[in-house]
Design a protein around this ligand. Structure first.
Ligand SMILES: [Zn+2]
Length: 287
C-alpha cells in the first residue's frame, strides 16, 4: 500500500468519525429539546390539574370569587355540624337528614323534638345551627352591619300558646271559633307546622331599624339586604319568598331563614322553594 492510499484511508476514517460525532451531537440536542417540551407539557398539565382540584375543593362551600366572599365562607367549628352531602343526593345518611326535613302544613311535626339549645343574645337557638348563625352575624359585623336574631327554636307547646293567644284575640273581636282559627293561622303557624318547632328556622332582625323587624320593610334594611345575599353561603335559604305564597302557604317573610346546610346555594339556584325542591329531589330519601 503506497503512501497516497494510506493518506486517503486516514482522511476517510476521520471523515467517518466526524460524521458519527456530528450525528451523535445532533441526536443528543434533539432529545434534550424533546425532553424540555415534554417537561413543559407535564408542568402545564400539573397547573390544569391543580385548577380542577381547586374547583373540586370549592364545591362543598359557596363560590369564592372574591375576597369578600372568601371572608364570608363559613368555617365548621364543630365536626358534628359538618354536613357532607353530595350536590344531588340520591340518598342522605341518617345522621344528616335532620337539616333537610320538610315542615309545612302537609308535613307537620307530630311530637316535640329533643332539641339542645344555646343562647344567641337572649334567644334560644338549636346548637346544630348556632355556629352558622354566629358566623353569619360575624360576617355582617365585619361590614358594620348589625344583624340580630329575634326568634330561634320554639317548642310545639310554646307554639300552641302563641296560636291560642291569637285565636282568643280574634274571638274577642267577635269571630266564631272556626273563623278565629282561620284568621289566627295567617299570623301564627299551627303548632307542629312551624319550622321554628324543628330548630332549623331563624328570624333575623335589624339593629339599625328595629321598627322594620318582622315586617316586609325588613327587606330594605341593610341587615335584610345582607342576610338575603349572604345567608346561602352559611347554609340558610329564604324560606317564604315573595310570589311563592300559593306553594308555601305562608306570606312573604324576608326575615325568616331556614337552615338546610351545603345544599343552600343549589336550592336557591334551582329557583324552587324548599317545599318544591324537597318533593322533587329529597322526598325519596325520607321514605
Ligand atoms: Zn320565622
Amino acid at each position: 500500500m503506497n503512501r497516497k492510499i494510506k493518506n486517503r484511508i486516514v482522511i476517510l476514517g476521520a471523515a467517518i468519525i466526524f460524521v458519527l460525532l456530528a450525528l451523535g451531537a445532533f441526536t443528543y440536542f434533539k432529545n434534550k429539546q424533546t425532553k424540555s417540551i415534554i417537561h413543559e407539557e407535564v408542568n402545564s398539565k400539573k397547573i390544569s390539574t391543580g385548577e380542577i382540584i381547586a374547583e373540586k375543593n370549592s364545591d362543598p362551600t359557596p363560590s369564592q370569587d372574591n375576597q369578600n366572599e372568601k371572608e364570608h365562607t363559613p368555617k365548621t367549628t364543630d365536626p358534628q355540624n359538618d354536613i357532607n352531602i353530595e350536590k344531588s343526593p340520591t340518598s342522605i345518611p341518617d345522621d344528616q337528614k335532620w337539616a333537610l326535613i320538610l315542615v309545612n302544613s302537609t308535613h307537620p311535626l307530630t311530637e316535640e323534638l329533643a332539641i339542645k339549645t344555646v343562647k344567641i343574645g337572649d334567644i334560644s337557638v338549636d346548637t346544630r345551627i348556632a355556629p352558622y348563625v354566629n358566623q353569619l352575624i360575624a360576617a355582617a359585623k365585619e361590614e358594620g352591619i348589625g344583624l340580630g336574631v329575634i326568634s330561634g327554636y320554639r317548642t310545639i307547646s310554646r307554639q300552641k300558646e302563641l296560636y291560642d293567644e291569637k285565636c282568643n284575640y280574634w274571638k274577642k273581636q267577635g269571630l266564631s271559633d272556626e273563623q278565629a282559627k282561620e284568621k289566627a293561622c295567617h299570623y301564627v303557624a299551627i303548632p307542629g307546622q312551624s319550622e321554628h318547632n324543628s330548630g332549623l328556622a331563624i328570624d333575623f332582625s335589624s339593629t339599625s331599624n328595629p321598627s322594620a323587624n318582622l315586617t316586609e320593610t325588613f327587606e330594605s334594611t341593610k341587615e335584610g339586604k345582607f342576610v338575603k345575599e349572604h345567608a346561602p353561603k352559611f347554609g340558610f335559604i329564604l324560606r317564604y319568598p315573595k310570589g311563592k305564597e300559593d306553594i308555601t302557604k305562608v306570606v312573604y317573610e324576608p326575615w325568616h331563614f331556614r337552615f338546610v346546610g351545603p345544599l343552600a346555594i343549589k336550592i336557591i339556584d334551582s329557583g324552587l322553594v324548599f317545599d318544591e325542591y324537597w318533593e322533587k329531589n329529597l322526598s325519596l330519601c325520607f321514605k
